[in-house]
Design a protein around this ligand. Structure first.
Ligand code: OGA
Ligand code: NI
Length: 334
């Protein structure tokens, strides 16, 4: 039976046994493409602080939350959207969320130049501490993502800094806070429908509610909730770069815990302009049975192995599907 393994990153972080940790990461990426990590070095107090503030924000009336509505974030793709405001495979998800990204000054050349998904964040005024907590969290958890990429590089037989040297010196970092209201037991709708993530690695913090499931080779299995750990999963770019050896695994959420579920995914992705190609250590990449030529089976019908282009181009094709209203503004630039 497949399961989601829990990997201690300590030996990678302190350099005492990087190869052993990298080997565990490599195995998990070839199997389910999902694993938990502990020994990641993020202060549990920061996580509790952010959880507490986020709950205060989501408890506000919609009219107050709408002061940072996503429509006001424009091309930067930031801000709040209400329950059923985001689509997965054309269906509204039963979640609301706050979107953040790298905090850029209004005079940053990418903001001035109108590069989509780049800009200042839209921080709510209340609760007052949310801005600082989000920025601290993004910094701390981005470091976990870079650490995991070092492990991935070692596992793939590359120099430990390979990702930073080629794709992630100036990564695209997207951070979201989701609130999943409880669904009645037996509910047919999804809190988030089946999908894969787009980039390199996702570092997901979750509370103790549960409800996240991943499609393993043996069928759908639960990802155990553990507020002390982070869940790491592989995105489409790594599947592409490894010729399908690493799996960008479909996953979905249904919150039937009876309580409000919060989750905190941070997406560590290639630089916007990066041309994402197969990694050099795999000259004859093994194509996993789930991967090459499976486009009709994939949730989005896309073939990430055949596709080529910059990461920004790939991401834009996705944004229009999940937020159709933003399409004109973000993609067409109108
Ligand atoms: C996502 C996602 C899972 C969760 O944001 O891509 O899969 O538990 N989130 O919120
Ligand atoms: Ni996801």
């Amino acid at each position: 039976m497949s399961e989601v393994p829990l990997i201690d990153l300590t030996g990678l972080r302190d350099g005492s046994e990087p190869a052993a940790v990298a080997a565990r990461i490599d195995t998990a990426c070839r199997d389910t493409g999902f694993f938990g990590v502990v020994g990641h070095g993020v202060d549990p107090e920061l996580r509790r602080r952010l959880d507490h503030l986020a709950r205060q924000f989501f408890a506000l009336p919609d009219r107050e939350k709408a002061e940072v509505a996503m429509a006001r974030g424009g091309r930067a793709w930031r801000g709040w959207f209400p329950v059923e405001g985001e689509l997965t495979s054309g269906r509204p998800d039963l979640k609301e969320g706050l979107y953040f990204g790298q905090e850029l000054a209004p005079d940053d050349p990418r903001v001035v130049g109108g590069v989509p998904l780049h800009g200042p964040n839209l921080f709510p005024e209340h609760p007052a501490g949310l801005r600082a907590a989000v920025l601290d969290y993004i910094e701390a958890v981005t470091a976990v993502g870079h650490l995991v990429l070092r492990g991935l590089a070692l596992g793939l037989g590359l120099e430990p800094d390979w990702f930073d040297d080629h794709l992630t010196a100036d990564p695209l970092v997207l951070f979201r806070i989701f609130h999943y209201p409880p669904l009645p037991p037996g509910a047919g709708q999804w809190s988030v429908g089946e999908h894969t993530d787009y980039g390199l690695v996702t570092v997901l913090g979750q509370d103790d509610s549960g409800g996240l499931e991943v499609r393993s080779r043996d069928g759908w299995i639960p990802v155990p909730p553990d507020p002390e750990a982070f869940v790491i999963n592989i995105g489409d770019m790594l599947e592409r770069m490894t010729g399908g050896a690493y799996r960008s695994t479909p996953h979905r959420v249904r919150n039937t815990s009876g309580a409000d579920r919060l989750s905190f995914p941070l997406f560590l992705d290639p630089n916007w302009d990066a041309d994402v190609r197969p990694v050099p250590s795999l000259d004859t990449p093994t194509i996993a049975p789930s991967a090459g030529g499976d486009a009709p089976d994939r949730w989005d019908g896309q073939d990430v192995l055949a596709w080529s282009g910059t990461y920004g181009e790939y991401l834009l094709t996705k944004v229009g599907k999940v937020f159709p209203d933003l399409r004109a503004e973000v993609i067409d630039g109108t």
